[in-house]
Ligand binder design. Sequence first.
Ligand SMILES: [Zn+2]
Length: 453
Amino acid sequence: MSKVKTSFFCQNCGAQYARWQGQCNSCKEWNTIVEEIIQKSEKQSWKPETTTTTKASKPLKINEIDSAQEIRMDSFDGELNRVLGGGIVPGSLILLGGEPGIGKSTLLLQISLKLPYKTLYVSGEESQKQIKMRAERITPNGDNCYILTETKTQNIFKQIQEIEPDVVIIDSIQTLHTDYIEASPGSISQIRECTAELIKFAKETNVPVILIGHITKDGTIAGPKILEHMVDTVLQFEGDRNHVYRILRSLKNRFGSTAELGIYEMLGSGLREVSNPSEILISHKEEALSGTAIASTLEGMRPLMIEIQALVSTAVYGTPQRSTTGYNAKRLNMILAVLEKRAGFRLGTKDVFLNVTGGISVDDPAIDLAVVAAILSSNEDIPIGEGFCFAGEVGLSGEIRPVNRVDQRIQEAEKLGFTTIFVSKYNKIALKNTFIKIRLVSKIEDVASELFG
Ligand SMILES: [Zn+2]
């Protein structure tokens, strides 16, 4: 019996140490380093004791490399395809992170049932019966989908050799363990080794692997940042459990942009792809209410019309409250200061609440102008004209700055039946003959006087 070998790992960033210490040198977190048993076996392969004839790769001249090689597999899910940049790249490792209970398993199970390829769905979390029950709620077919309840990687690879799937899904990486390491499942060294085995498998066979990873309270993929470095693509599934909408975002993508966004609606029968999100993000009401304004924003290449709601009221308590959902709180404070200093609105003693509908958080600075309009509308208690929308960034001196791809924003607004859009005077607009009226503004005072006279 060989001596048990241990090592120390930071549970936050995965850094390895020879002995325990209070603070991690690499991520500077305190008390995150714990001892884990590692006992590496000599031979280490995803193939269980068979010949290991790995093809060593050969250098090629750059002109010999086939540039059209990135063939993608259609995932038969428009939103997932969009976020991945056109589909699943064979041999890639995709990590899908998200809080427990947000719907990661539902999403991947639903996709595996739809795929026309042979798919192996490995679950360490639920029994085959439980998964079958869930699958029946989603769709009655699923002829190509195999379900395996297993947590040991060596057993999983044995099944893979028999079934020869085209896609492998692992639910979740935190439940896996490999024989080559003695630490408990979910520990840094187990997660790292199991992922390494799966990467080796994916690269050697060209079969894509999708991993589910649970996220801790502070929003990082549980345990390891290291996982994010190892895989090709990191997707995050987010949303509020109280809202029906879920957002699929890519945080890292070796094969495409990270700017794209997928939107789903959670239904009793599974997740519905929302292909025209603007329609759901704008609430439809009978009468015009003060305090709401529509922003024409862009998420990746896709334009989105988003409703901003503001409530401005006299502060009941000494210090006025400011609270936002889906919009940067510092940015709100800046906008309020600009409104007070540059346009003379006395908001210093008012409570201001701001909400982006649908539970989405928006980074696009073009939303500023709609925020200003919503705040002023609530403050004046005058509804904004019907069919109005906004796209502009607000600067510190109260100027309305131009936004990128303004033509696309205007077109989307027009497509959805808006009649007037407010944009910066400094934007160069190439569009001709639009039905929608384009109002050019340069300062927030202009906006205020145009809207409320
Ligand atoms: Zn660390």
